[in-house]
Design a protein around this ligand. Structure first.
Ligand SMILES: [Zn+2]
Length: 289
């Protein structure tokens, strides 16, 4: 069933488990992510980057959302469709126009007061028509310090717990992405990051709203399982599931080049799906649909 992201996350916070938000990079991945959720009897949140990815063009976004909404409605488990990293008000409104039930506004790299103002503007518009909103406080950068976005190195700022109550009160946001040692993309030299659980506990004590962990890939099963019992309700995973898919496809190709070529996409999707199911067990959302 197609549901609002807030419904999934409020239950997760009460039940002390996390829900995976896999990045969707093709219409096929919509099918496989939802089937993984059905197989595990778990809720799932499909994350789309509508600025850069395969839905950057309006015509593609419109068609893909027809497929996504229809598949979600036909599904036996709760499915939410979320705009990941909406960079400004217009991007969020574009997502809502094409049928997303929730949007993330990411103004986390801007000064605090600007982040508050932009988030508030998105929340007011979205809530008027029942759309849920995620925002980010503190800034989650890239795990690899040499990685550049738009020609600039990403930077990371830990979430300041003293801002949390004020930010939530002023913006009315439904869930909050936090920066507690996590980072986007692969970590340099595959180091498992140190997650600041003391900070997570502090934030979780301040607010009952669901917390979000970006950059789940490479963060370590133990870290993530623990975070899910302590206030983290949504974990974004992109690199790990794409890696799992491509590794399986390449392995099968090397085993049997002729068959591996014909089954390349099937094998990719099998690997993609297996990793999603694996994380549903790690995050504790299996059988929580
Ligand atoms: Zn992110």
């Amino acid at each position: 069933m197609l549901v609002n992201m807030k419904d999934i996350l409020v239950k997760a916070r009460e039940g002390h488990y996390g829900v995976i938000a896999p990045t969707i990079r093709s219409a096929d991945e919509i099918k496989h992510a939802i089937e993984a959720a059905e197989h595990k009897n778990s809720p799932v949140i499909l994350n789309f980057n509508i600025t850069y990815d395969f839905v950057a063009e309006d015509a593609d976004l419109e068609l893909v959302m027809l497929v996504a909404r229809e598949r979600a409605m036909r599904s036996s488990v709760p499915v939410a469709l979320n705009v990941d990293h909406g960079k400004d008000f217009a991007t969020c409104m574009r997502g809502i126009h094409y049928g997303f039930g929730s949007v993330m506004i990411d103004a986390s790299a801007r000064p605090y007061e600007e982040n508050v103002a932009i988030t508030k503007q998105v929340v007011e518009a979205a809530h008027a028509i029942g759309i849920s909103v995620e925002a980010e406080l503190g800034c989650v950068g890239m795990g690899d310090p040499n990685f550049k976005i738009d020609g600039k190195y990403s930077h990371t700022t830990e979430t300041n717990p003293n801002d949390v109550a004020d930010f939530i009160e002023k913006t009315g946001v439904d869930c909050l992405a936090v920066s507690i040692g996590n980072a986007h993309g692969p970590y340099a030299k595959d180091i498992i990051p140190h997650i600041n659980f003391e900070l997570l506990d502090k934030i979780a004590e301040i607010t009952p709203i669901p917390l979000v962990l970006h950059g789940g890939s490479g963060t370590g099963d133990e870290n993530m399982a623990k975070a899910c019992t302590r206030g983290i309700c949504k974990i974004n995973v992109s690199t790990d599931i794409a890696k799992s898919g491509s590794e399986l496809a390449v392995e099968k190709l090397n085993e049997n080049p002729k068959k591996g070529r014909l089954d390349f996409h099937t094998n990719f999707h099998q690997g993609y799906r297996e990793k999603i199911e694996y994380y549903m067990d790690v995050f504790g959302s299996t059988n929580k649909a």
